[in-house]
Ligand binder design. Structure first.
Ligand code: 4AD
Ligand code: MG
Length: 431
């Protein structure tokens, strides 16, 4: 019977076949320890010379790193460790024998070499673990949002206008229609959809021609935008707090093995419970200056500011009410202080920084027209968006998370390029 390694514990003392790749091998002339991986997990297969045919033992001898094989044998419990199983080899079928040396060895490689070989690097155990955590985050997001009345609405990728400012747009010619832009965020479209379905979210790739070469920036990344009718600033933050808490809980429930492979200290993750820390932008500026930053009163937070601030805390921090001038045109102003927006960025602790951007949206037609003009945006391209303020306009709010930033934080990865299968950055388009 063919079984996956993740389910092998159900087959103790039974004979099974596992198909996969040889991750590593050690042993002697008398015994081979074959480290197998099949995508669902890793298992050690033990071939003892006296207990298998000469032909099988020779196959074990011949096998090279990352060759493909099927191993048949009896499942046994590891003599020392709980929940660890081994396979006592009876037969080996070589499916593909690599004759060239596998480029990624156990020795240290530089980041450029690894990124050039990303198509192979993905097989390494840490990269495997990161993709598994990423998958849990995606599923947890769907689950939490669906359970809270948000339905998935897919937004377009080809768009006629900017969502987050015009400086970072990827542009192309679009038949006879003029320019098209790759979406920076589906927000504006899911704002339209809330008038149909009440609460919704999208989840897909977005594009930013970011000139920034930092460990937090990609030119293509995955964003989840959520939007809800009748939700105002305070409740918007509550929803984010609930979602992030749920995601971290799910990862701790499903991916302890992966976090161990990643050498991620899970104590800080266990502390991710509501309420999160809340500070206004003004308070944060003061705090940063006390820590030696030269940040100006009306400045957006830079990457370094976010790092030093979030290193101080073990819980996520909402930074609320930024000066409206540094934020997007669609944000509603605070009625108590029109200089600031009813917005919040959520910064992840341990130095990670911004993972979510969100706000209440401007719902008044005339005010929104004025904002679009102030931002020098082409008013015609937004006529459909303005319609939403003409027909049944209601207070509403939403937020968007960057999947790679969330994954990097939860996995403890240094650079977000490791958290997306095939990273796109200003100077990287391959593989
Ligand atoms: O803060 P941002 O720009 O917000 C929006 O796009 C809103 N329209 C979202 C909304 O309200 N629906 O981007 C949202 C998140 C950021 O907090 C960050 O996590 C991630 O997207 N992000 C990036 N991730 C990787 N590379 C980049 N260049 C990113 N830019 C933003
Ligand atoms: Mg932002």
């Amino acid at each position: 019977m063919i079984v996956s390694i993740s389910r092998i514990g159900q087959y103790v003392d039974k004979e099974v076949t596992v198909r996969g790749w040889m991750y590593n091998k050690r042993g002697s002339g008398k015994i081979h320890f074959l480290q197998l991986r099949d995508g669902t997990g890793m298992i050690q297969a033990i071939a003892v010379k006296d207990q298998v045919s000469d032909e099988v033992f020779e196959k074990g001898e011949k096998l090279t790193m990352e060759s493909a094989l099927a191993v048949t044998g009896t499942v046994t419990k590891h003599p020392k460790f709980e929940d660890v199983y081994e396979l006592q080899v009876k037969d080996i079928e070589i499916i593909y024998l690599n004759t060239e040396e596998y480029p990624i060895s156990k020795k240290d490689h530089g980041p450029d070499f690894l990124l050039n070989n990303r198509h192979l690097w993905l097989r390494s155990s840490k990269q495997w673990a990161i993709q598994r955590v990423r998958n849990t985050i995606i599923n947890a997001t769907y689950e939490y949002l669906n359970n809270n009345d948000f339905i998935k609405i897919d937004s377009p990728i080809l768009t006629p206008n900017a969502c987050e400012g015009t400086t970072e747009l990827f542009e192309m010619d679009y038949f006879d229609e003029g320019k098209a832009y790759l979406s920076q965020s589906g927000q504006l479209y899911i704002e339209a959809a809330i008038y149909s379905v009440g609460r919704c979210f999208d989840f897909g790739p977005v594009f930013r021609a970011e000139k920034s070469k930092t460990r937090r920036h990609l030119t293509e990344f995955w964003m989840m935008d959520a939007e809800a009718a009748f939700v105002e600033h305070e409740e918007n933050m509550k929803i984010q707090e609930g979602l992030v808490t749920f995601i971290v809980e799910k990862v701790l429930e499903k991916n302890l093995k992966e976090l161990e492979i990643l050498e991620r200290d899970i104590e800080p993750l266990k502390k991710i419970k509501p309420p999160f820390i809340r500070k206004t932008h003004a308070e944060v500026i003061k705090e940063l200056r006390e820590m030696g930053s030269d940040i100006g009163e009306n400045d957006d937070l830079g990457a370094d500011d976010e790092t030093i601030l979030t290193q101080k805390y073990d819980k996520p921090i909402f930074v609320e009410k930024y000066p409206a001038e540094v934020k997007a045109f669609y944000m509603k102003r605070d009625p108590e202080n029109p200089k600031v927006a009813l917005c919040a960025d959520l910064l992840a602790p341990e130095g990670y920084g911004e993972v979510i951007g969100g706000s209440q949206r401007e719902d008044n037609y005339d005010v929104l027209v004025a904002r679009i003009k102030e931002h020098n945006l082409p008013i015609e391209a937004f006529s459909w968006y303005l319609d939403l303020r003409k027909f049944g306009s209601v207070p509403h709010s939403g937020f968007g998370y960057g999947l790679e930033r969330l994954t990097a934080w939860i996995c403890g990865a240094k650079h977000i390029r490791e958290t997306i299968p095939f990273p796109r950055m200003i100077s990287r388009l391959t593989p």
